[in-house]
Ligand binder design. Structure first.
Ligand code: 8X3
Length: 251
């Protein structure tokens, strides 16, 4: 019987790639996102069975209803990829936009909580499962102007540790992947569609790709039952920290 992976934020970037990589491993996929058209494209692209759930992880009722609505054959989720997350704005604290703060806390922290709360009890009942939380290097170090985004990813880091401690003995593994600079829609969202500013984030070095992160997630979820890779940080080779990047090697 195939295993089922549940991927949030699957309509682009790391989530999309992770769905593709897990499909290559034979996982059937529950793909979640706000953009039905993108989920349809993804479903058409992979060669495994898929079930799409269109909702916003910020919306508590929609999140619980969507998961509750899963047909019986999709309910036994083996792997949960808590990927949905965004940065909104890059501003010093004193000029921060409260709507941006709400979005980051609601999506990156509360959204992850809702999805986990809806899915993990089933994993515990079945005595097996694997939760992979997509954190960030921003959850390991605070950088200037990162304030609330960093706080939201520090929360993911804390929840990853908290889940692992509390789920010990249940058969459910908990792992975290903390990417550095990955070239996806991430900066376009952070900079609200400012293409020039977004492009400049990845100029002068080879940034990570969504596939680099998906490949690691695939590795983590395909380890033998007795192995748990509890935490990882993945930086571009040109990156020494969240903000120290050697841009001198590439024109
Ligand atoms: C994405 C990495 O360094 O842009 O979470 O915050 S960073």
């Amino acid at each position: 019987m195939s295993k089922i992976a549940f991927v949030t934020g699957a309509s682009s970037g790391i989530g999309w790639s992770t769905a593709e990589y897990l499909a290559q491993e034979g996982y059937d996929l529950v793909i979640c996102g706000r953009r039905a058209g993108r989920l349809k494209e993804l479903a058409d692209k992979v060669s495994v069975k898929t079930h799409s759930l269109v909702f916003d992880v910020r919306d508590k009722k929609a999140a619980f209803d969507a998961i509750e609505s899963l047909p019986a054959e999709w309910k036994a989720i083996d792997v949960l990829i808590n990927n949905a997350g965004n940065a909104h704005g890059l501003s010093n604290f004193q000029n921060g936009d409260i709507d941006d703060w709400d979005a980051m806390i609601d999506i990156n922290v509360k959204g992850l909580l809702y999805i986990s709360k809806a899915i993990i009890p089933g994993m515990i009942d079945r005595g097996r499962g694997h939760v992979v939380n997509v954190g960030s290097v921003a959850g390991k170090e605070v950088y200037a102007n990162g304030n609330v985004y960093c706080a939201s990813k520090f929360a993911v880091d804390a929840l990853n540790n908290g889940m692992r401690l509390d789920l010990n003995g249940t058969g459910v593994k908990v792992s975290q992947v903390c990417p550095g600079l990955v070239e996806t829609e991430f900066s376009m969202v952070r900079f609200k569609g400012d293409e020039q500013r977004s492009k400049s984030v990845y100029e002068g070095f080879d940034a990570l790709t969504a596939g680099d992160i998906a490949d690691l997630i695939r590795f983590i979820v395909t380890r033998p039952a007795h192995v748990n890779i509890s935490d990882t940080i993945v930086l571009a080779a040109a990156q020494a920290s969240a903000t120290i990047v050697d841009r001198s090697q590439k024109s």
